[in-house]
Design a protein around this ligand. Structure first.
Ligand code: CO
Length: 232
């Protein structure tokens, strides 16, 4: 009897979940229709104009976290921000995906600003502080662990775990801005006199506000000697 009840309960629960999923799927398709109506209400040519070209002044490199939507946070309209997201907003110098996005943004779109936006409560950064294995992702997280090793003394000095976590999020974001400045793409743009400013931000999941970490790079003179590239 108990097993029968349990089976019924599980079946009922799974059909409820299925319904919720299909409701969500239907909802997002409906949302798209409403969004198009809203956008074209005052400007019927909104999409046909956008389709001509894009000229965004900004490249956003952020975390994949669903709670950190690039466009929404900064009130950007379609066409205003070029976006790259990955787990923990990393700038890994051998990541072809990131390099291609940065190359296109800098050399074709000629963006003037690149923001690396980290966020408090980042699961990737948290995982890098611990020792649990999460599968393939461990190899991505390892890049963040290297940042910990680089700042181990400062980080270990923070006793409160949550404060240490927050500090690590900030440090990781700063390091990603630095790694971006080290790329040949960014250094070459600076050498050619292109206006290109790099920034590091941290987004607060609890507040919605961003904090500018004031890590501004606008020239390769700001880099350590060993990273400076001389272009002929
Ligand atoms: Co994150």
């Amino acid at each position: 009897m108990k097993i029968k009840f349990l089976a019924f309960f599980i079946l009922h629960l799974s059909s409820l979940l299925e319904k919720e999923m299909s409701d969500f799927y239907k909802k997002i398709l409906d949302n798209n229709k409403k969004w198009v109506e809203e956008k074209t209400k005052h400007n019927p040519k909104f999409f046909s104009n956008l389709a001509q070209s894009q000229n965004p002044p900004l490249l956003w490199i952020g975390c994949s976290d669903s709670r950190v939507p690039a466009n929404e946070i900064i009130g950007a309209q379609p066409g205003e921000v070029f976006v790259h997201r990955n787990i923990a907003n990393m700038v890994i110098h051998s990541d072809m995906n990131m390099l291609s996005v940065v190359d296109y943004a800098v050399n074709v779109l000629k963006v003037q600003h690149i923001i690396v936006c980290g966020h408090y409560g980042c699961g990737g950064v948290k995982a890098a502080m611990g020792n649990n294995s999460y599968g393939v992702i461990d190899n991505w997280i390892r890049h963040i662990k290297s940042i910990y090793r680089l700042h181990k003394e400062d980080l270990d000095a923070v006793e409160d775990e949550n404060e240490r976590f927050n500090k690590f999020v900030e440090i990781n974001t700063r390091e990603q801005v630095l790694d971006l400045a080290k790329t040949s793409i960014v250094q070459n743009a600076w050498k050619n006199g292109q206006e290109l400013h790099l920034h590091g931000w941290v987004y607060g999941l609890n507040s919605g506000y961003v904090t500018d970490l004031d890590v501004n790079f606008s020239s390769n003179d700001d880099l350590d000697d060993v990273y400076q590239l001389y272009f002929s």
